[in-house]
Design a protein around this ligand. Structure first.
Ligand code: 0RA
Length: 639
């Protein structure tokens, strides 16, 4: 066991300290989550959080984070400085700063009233950072001097000593993460920047600089949000079309607690609510979020009725209607926050529910009264969402009553197969009635079914559910496949083991293919997961070679064929579309399991697919077509 360099003998406090920090080094994951990149960045956040606490207490206005060329990280603030005198009334006579850096949970709490609120992530304190650093230097400007002390792996290597006179105040913590602990000790600038920007929104008016001195010249970023959470909402709304320009923004304080809310509706359908407690992101929500949602529903309904925007006979808007297209941040500051839930990110303090509810009830109502134009637009948007919700429910009830979504009544234009075992049965969804006719003649009717689809099916990205279910082509599709859609999807009811899309090899065919895939992705995703969705590739050419015919599916294959055959003259027929192919040709090239090319659709990455459909949703038809031609196939088809 190491011995403290400066003092001659152990005190019981020393032993506790060493045991505490040793525990951190033995089980770092318990204190910082992991020893991977997340845990590494957590060290920097922990130090910054201490400076943020000082800022929230009103004593610090500027924080600088420097990434040093030798791998160190330095956090500079202009707060009061960590106290250097011994802690009043404590047995431990060491300087307070040494106690703070070597005692678990000491933080700023040792006098019980230093801070109004504290954001220190899970309150582990800067001593954990010290324990997990191969070296740490703390510098304090306070009480007329600049002080300095050095530690290694949590243990003091020097006494706290005066370096020079200074009339400033503030703290500088420089630390080098211990490579014995961390898999990787390089900080990622972008990762830190993300959190620092978030903190600048949450600690209104604080200036936070990030300087990466590993670059030459150093890369500098400055975060300062004078608008507080309103700036946060603006940041999140980028690329969305706002329903109103002025952002709802208010702050209310009561008995040492504070709630700040910023919100804005946009014309989209997504709900985007983020909540915080003392700068910690409460991913799992909690009492503050419950209070917010309750008040939001209450106020919008009361306002809508008082202005006659919601008639007496009409039902109340429900929370979902009101939150459609809403971006909101709810941040509370409080003493002794209780964190619950799976990831300890759910606020448990019950008093926050009524506090936030009361504040939002009063403040949001006032805002709406003062902004009648915006108020009306917001209520209309909520009413539209409600109408869509009710229409969707009606459409679902109706189709269910009629049994349209169940296979008991199969669509009239389906040419079904004779067998019923889904493991051997296949369905071809064929573009156009005439191609459908050829496919019908060509098929092996014992196990192959044909469903002709007329023209372009509905773009399901641009429609709410009720419109989708009214569409006849889509009803036929759902009926034939048999699984139902959305919440009611049941894979075991699939009537076919292979669902193949058969469309022309041209741009229009690609478009139709993508519309169908969009439908499968949004409403029958499990069918894709289960590997049951395929794209049949019709041939581009038929080539006569040595008295025999071969089908060629792309130009590259044709070139290859020409080069083999050298001098010989080939008889090449080009197909313009499925419709002009003979049933025999269609069978051989696209449907016969021995000779066809059938590609299975896979979802490599659901987020990428999501983004792709967003582009496909765009208003620019040309751009969309280009995208389909260039990317859609590659994005989906696992060749
Ligand atoms: C304990 C007590 C006080 C401040 C601090 C700690 C403190 C810690 C850090 C860590 C980074 N920057 C910091 N700034 C301050 C209260 C001091 C007082 O009452 O004057």
């Amino acid at each position: 066991m190491a011995v403290r360099a400066a003092n001659s003998s152990y005190t019981s406090a020393d032993i506790t300290v060493l045991e505490g920090l040793e525990a951190v080094r033995r089980r770092p994951g318990m204190y910082i989550g992991s020893t991977g990149p997340r845990g590494l960045h957590h060290l920097a956040y922990e130090v910054v959080d201490n400076s943020i606490d000082e800022a929230l207490a009103g004593f610090c206005t500027r924080i600088v984070v420097q990434l040093l060329p030798d791998g160190g990280c330095r956090v500079v603030d202009n707060g009061r400085g960590i106290p250097v005198k011994p802690i009043p009334k404590a047995k431990d006579r060491r300087p307070a700063v040494e106690v703070v850096l070597t005692t678990l949970h000491a933080g700023g709490k040792f006098d019980g009233k230093s801070y109004a609120v504290s954001g220190g992530l899970h309150g582990v304190g800067v001593s954990v950072v010290n324990a997990l650093s191969k070296r740490l230097i703390v510098e304090v400007a306070r009480d007329g001097s600049m002080w300095q002390q050095t530690f290694e792996r949590g243990q003091p290597k020097t006494r706290l000593r005066k370096v020079k006179a200074s009339n400033k105040t503030g703290t500088i913590v420089t630390f080098w993460p211990d490579p014995d602990i961390f898999e990787e000790t390089q900080f990622k600038r972008e990762v830190l920047a993300e959190r620092l920007q978030e903190l600048s929104f949450l600690a209104r008016g604080i200036e936070i600089a990030l300087v990466d001195e590993r670059e030459d010249p150093p890369a500098k970023m400055l975060f300062k949000a004078t608008g507080g959470l309103a700036d946060f909402v603006k940041h999140l709304s980028l690329g969305k079309e706002p329903l109103h320009t002025r952002i709802v923004h208010f702050i209310e304080e009561r008995e040492g607690s504070e709630v700040e809310v910023a919100m804005q509706w946009n014309t989209g359908y997504a709900e985007s609510i983020h909540t915080f407690a003392n700068t910690i992101n409460t991913h799992e929500g909690g009492t503050h979020e419950e209070g917010f949602k309750k008040a939001l529903s209450n106020v919008v309904n009361r306002y809508a009725r008082s202005k006659g925007l919601l008639k007496e006979k009409e039902e109340n808007l429900i929370g979902e209607d009101i939150r459609e297209g809403l971006t909101a941040i709810v941040a509370v500051k409080l003493h002794e926050p209780q964190f619950e839930g799976q990831t300890k990110t759910k606020l448990g303090n019950t008093e926050m529910r009524s506090f936030v509810e009361t504040a939002v009830n009063a403040q949001l109502m006032t805002w709406l009264e003062e902004h009648p134009g915006e108020g009306k637009r917001i209520v209309l948007k909520c009413s539209q969402a409600a109408k869509a919700r009710m229409a969707a429910r009606q459409a679902r009830d109706l189709t269910r009553r009629k049994g349209l979504l169940e296979s008991s009544s199969l669509p009239g234009k389906l040419w079904d197969c004779q067998l019923t075992d889904p493991d051997v049965c296949e369905i071809f969804i064929v573009e156009g009635d005439s191609a459908g006719g050829s496919a019908k003649q060509a098929r092996e009717r014992s196990y192959q079914a044909i469903l002709p689809i007329r023209g372009k099916i509905l773009n399901v990205e641009k429609a709410r559910l009720h419109k989708i279910l009214e569409n006849l082509e889509i009803q036929a599709l759902i009926g034939a496949i048999g699984t139902g859609i959305g919440d009611e999807f049941d894979l075991s009811k699939a009537r076919y083991g292979k669902i193949a899309i058969l469309a022309d090899a041209d741009v229009d065919g690609a478009h139709i293919r993508t519309l169908l895939l969009t439908f499968f992705f949004r409403h029958m995703q499990h069918l894709i997961d289960a590997g049951k969705v395929y794209v049949a590739q019709p041939p581009l050419y038929r080539v006569k070679m040595d008295g025999k015919y071969v089908y060629v599916h792309d130009d590259k294959a044709l070139d290859d064929l020409r080069r083999g055959n050298g001098q010989k003259k080939l008889e090449i027929q080009r197909f313009k579309g499925l419709a002009e192919m003979q049933p025999e040709q269609l069978w051989e090239s696209a449907m016969n399991p021995e000779t066809r090319v059938l590609k299975r659709i896979t979802l490599e990455d659901a987020t990428a697919a999501d983004r792709m459909f967003s582009i496909l949703m765009g208003e620019d038809v040309e751009a969309r077509r280009d995208f389909i031609q260039q990317n859609a196939k590659e994005a989906f088809i696992d060749a």
